[in-house]
Structure formats: structure tokens, C-alpha cells
Ligand binder design. Structure first.
Ligand SMILES: Nc1ncnc2c1ncn2[C@@H]1O[C@H](COP(=O)(O)OP(=O)(O)O)[C@@H](O)[C@H]1O
Ligand SMILES: [Mg+2]
Length: 419
């Protein structure tokens, strides 16, 4: 790229000589005879360097340098002066000129001054760019620092939550384990003779403690699987009516013990897209809660309806103690039993946390409407699924060869056990 130099001198012969000499050295030169004309040229076009005489009629060289740099801060300015006015040249440099040349000129002196000034201009521009980039980096660094701090805070909170979870868990493990150990020791003890009826009772207590531990460990394992993203779901079209009936059968004995009636209504052939085993786990959790936190001789009603375009809503309504607004706000916190710790109902406060995760993983929502003293309705939604088509004629077709009967393993862990 050719370097453009604007030369300002009111002596036409000198200006022409400068233009020709510098033009012969590869510069593109434009001459002007006054500061005003020079400023006009600067407004119309861009130049690399301004070579201005100090003494000019009207606006002098110093004022020109000042005005020119206001127009283009990158412009390199060099002042030409006679020997008598060096102090003015210094003044010009104070307002932004990079150098000065003493008259009369010699090419061997002018050329190095111009290349020095141009190099300074290049470095200045580079500096400005570097500074901008540095500022940008600084902003990025601040942003990264903020992100890091937020991540650190999140990690700290997660760590605290994990520690709280572990300390709750060890407490939950210790209570039934101590009971199991205590009753087993009494049974073994020769000094503490117990009747047959008492022995049966102690074994019963051991079984209760062991079941509690089994349920607890199953739920903790499920939660860990969900948190680490290892929970595998086998989503398929599941007929809600069938699954509800299976769950009702499992929870009914518990309900009967306390004279609680259970009624389930479901639109026929309604199917949801869900993992059958996990849906059962969810429904058993909600039904057993509806029994546990119900009043004696209360009622439970389960309603399954198509809600909206492609959603199924299952609502489990009870006539129990209900939950206050504060209790509802603290729902779904691991091990938080919302005051039931001292109650007669067994539990560890993980069921609803797990239920919520499972429902959400299957693409649904879990919610609650509750009034203290009247009861609660826990509801969930799941995506509607198209029922698999069964072709009746296929069922009676004779098979050409005998398939070995497949063994059906019962659903693992807590899923089949009502608490
Ligand atoms: N249907 C309900 N009616 C009243 N309170 C309930 C109901 N379901 C759950 N809760 C409250 O929510 C708490 C947490 O429930 P959950 O996670 O199932 O744990 P757990 O039943 O093991 O205590 C219960 O301890 C109870 O205080
Ligand atoms: Mg529960």
C-alpha cells in the first residue's frame, strides 16, 4: 500500500520541490498552501502523514496539527521549521507532532524522519489494537471468573446437600439396624427368657426393621441412578387401568387394616407412554401415602382421565390430614417427613422425591392440591399413548413349534412392595 503524505507549505516552489522529491521516493504526495485547504483535504480523504510548515498565513502549523489530529488521531504529523523557531517546533510536538525538520532540507535528513514518524504511527495503531484486545480479554477474564465462582458455589451447595443427605441416611440406617441387633440379641440371650408370643413379636420387629432397610436402600439406589443419569426407562404403551388394578391389590390390605375404602376409576383402554415398572412404583408410592396419612375409615379415590390433547391425568385423592402451605413448600426434600417423624407411620421421606423424578423422567408432571384437615390430591400427568393393536385371530393360531416358556422375574426391589 502506498503511503499518502499531505504537504502544507505556503511557498509554492518549496511545496512542489517536496512533492516531487518525496514522490520520487515512492510516496504519494498531495500539496496544499494553507491550513484551511489542508483540513479540507483531510476531511475528504485519509492520509498517513501530514508534513506542515510551522509558519503559515492564518492558522499556523501548531493549530493545524491540533485540528488535523482531532480529525484523525492516527495521523502522523511532522513540522517543518526554520532554525529560529525550534521552541515552536517543540510546542508542535507537545500538541501531537511526532518530529520536526529544519529548513533548508536535505533529502538524506527528511527521509529517515518520515520513516520514523510512519513507524511510530504504525506502532501507535498496533498499540491501540492491542489495548482493545487486552480490554476484551480482561472482560472475558472477569466473565470467566464469575462463571467459575458460580460453578464453585453450585459445587459447594451440591456438596453440602450430599453431606446432609449422607448424614440423614446414616441416621435412617442406624435406627432400624439397632432395632434388628437389639431384638436378635434378646432372642439369643439365655439370661433374658422370653415367651413364645414375645419371640414371635421380636421376630416381627426384626422383619419390620429389615423391610424398612430394604426399601430405604432401594430408594437410595434409584435416586443415585437418577442423579448420575444411569436410570434406564423402557417406555411403552401401558394400559393405566391394568396397572392401577395391580397397585390397588397390593395396597388394599394396608387400607383394609384401617377401614379405608379405595375406589379406582379409569376410562377404558386408556394407555400412557411410560415404563411399566416405574409407573407401578409411582402409583404404589402415592397410594400407600394416601393410606398412611389418611384417617381411620377414610376414603381414597383414584381417577384416571384424558386431559387435554395428548395427556393422561391420574389423581389420587385422600381424606387425610392434608398439608399446609409451609409443608407443601418443603415437599420433595429428601428425608423431610414434614412432621411425621414422630408419627406412627413408617417411612423415610424419599418416596415423593423419587416419585417426582420418575414422573418427570417419563415426560410428565407431579402436583398436589391439599387442604389441612380435609385431605390431599396428588396428581400426575403422562403422555397419552396409542394402545397396541391386538389381532384376536393371531391368539388362536396353532404354533408350528413349541417355544420354551419364558420365566417372568418379578419387578425388582421396592417396586412391588407397598410401605
Ligand atoms: N397423601 C398425603 N397426605 C398428607 N401428607 C402426605 C401425603 N403424602 C405425603 N405426605 C407427607 O410428605 C412426607 C414425604 O412423603 P414421602 O416422600 O412419601 O415419605 P414417607 O412416606 O416415607 O414419609 C410424608 O412424610 C408426609 O408428611
Ligand atoms: Mg411415602
Amino acid at each position: 500500500m502506498t503511503v499518502r503524505i499531505l504537504i502544507v507549505d505556503d511557498e509554492p516552489a518549496q511545496m512542489r520541490a517536496l512533492c516531487d522529491t518525496l514522490g520520487a521516493h515512492g510516496y504519494e504526495t498531495i500539496g496544499r498552501s494553507s491550513s484551511e485547504a489542508a483540513l479540507q483535504a483531510l476531511r475528504a480523504d485519509s492520509y498517513h502523514l501530514l508534513l506542515a510548515d510551522l509558519m503559515l498565513p492564518g492558522m499556523d502549523g501548531i493549530a493545524l496539527v491540533q485540528a488535523a489530529r482531532a480529525l484523525d488521531p492516527d495521523l502522523a504529523c511532522v513540522i517543518m521549521t526554520g532554525e529560529g523557531s525550534i521552541s515552536s517546533a517543540v510546542q508542535a510536538m507537545q500538541v501531537g507532532a511526532l518530529d520536526y525538520i529544519l529548513k533548508p532540507f536535505r533529502v538524506s535528513v527528511i527521509l529517515p524522519v518520515l520513516s520514523r514518524a510512519l513507524e511510530t504511527r504504525r506502532l501507535r495503531i498496533q498499540n491501540v489494537l492491542l489495548e482493545a484486545r487486552l480490554r476484551e480479554h480482561a472482560v472475558q477474564l472477569v466473565r470467566m471468573n464469575d462463571d467459575l465462582r458460580t460453578a464453585q458455589q453450585q459445587a459447594d451447595r451440591a456438596n453440602q446437600a450430599k453431606s446432609a443427605f449422607l448424614s440423614h441416611l446414616s441416621h435412617e440406617l442406624r435406627t432400624p439396624l439397632n432395632a434388628i441387633l437389639g431384638f436378635a440379641q434378646i432372642l439369643l440371650s439365655e439370661k433374658l427368657a422370653s415367651t413364645e408370643a414375645q419371640k414371635k413379636q421380636f421376630v416381627g420387629n426384626i422383619l419390620t426393621g429389615a423391610r424398612h432397610l430394604l426399601k430405604l436402600s432401594n430408594e437410595v439406589l434409584d435416586l443415585a441412578k437418577i442423579e448420575s443419569g444411569r436410570l434406564e426407562l423402557h417406555l411403552e404403551a401401558v394400559p393405566v387401568g391394568d396397572v392401577l388394578e395391580e397397585c390397588r391389590t397390593l395396597v388394599d390390605p394396608q387400607a383394609r387394616l384401617r377401614g379405608i375404602g379405595m375406589r379406582c376409576t379409569s376410562a377404558e383402554h386408556l394407555c400412557v407412554r411410560a415404563d411399566r415398572m416405574r409407573l407401578k412404583q409411582v402409583l404404589i408410592n402415592l397410594l400407600s401415602n394416601a393410606v398412611k396419612y389418611n384417617r381411620d375409615h377414610g376414603a381414597i379415590s383414584v381417577q384416571c382421565t384424558e386431559s387435554g390433547h395428548d395427556t393422561v391425568r391420574i389423581a389420587v385423592q385422600d381424606t387425610g390430614c392434608g398439608l399446609s402451605a409451609e409443608q407443601q413448600a418443603a415437599l420433595y426434600q429428601p428425608f423431610n417427613r414434614l412432621g411425621q417423624e414422630s408419627g406412627s407411620q413408617d417411612g423415610c421421606g424419599l418416596g415423593l422425591v423419587l416419585t417426582k423424578h420418575l414422573v418427570e423422567k417419563m415426560g410428565g408432571e407431579l402436583g398436589l392440591v391439599s387442604t389441612v384437615g380435609l385431605g390431599s390430591t396428588f396428581w400426575l400427568t403422562l403422555p397419552l399413548a396409542v394402545a397396541p393393536v391386538v389381532i384376536p385371530s393371531l391368539a388362536v393360531l396353532p404354533t408350528t413349534h413349541e417355544e420354551p416358556a419364558q420365566s417372568v422375574t418379578p419387578a425388582a426391589g421396592s417396586t412391588a412392595v407397598a410401605d
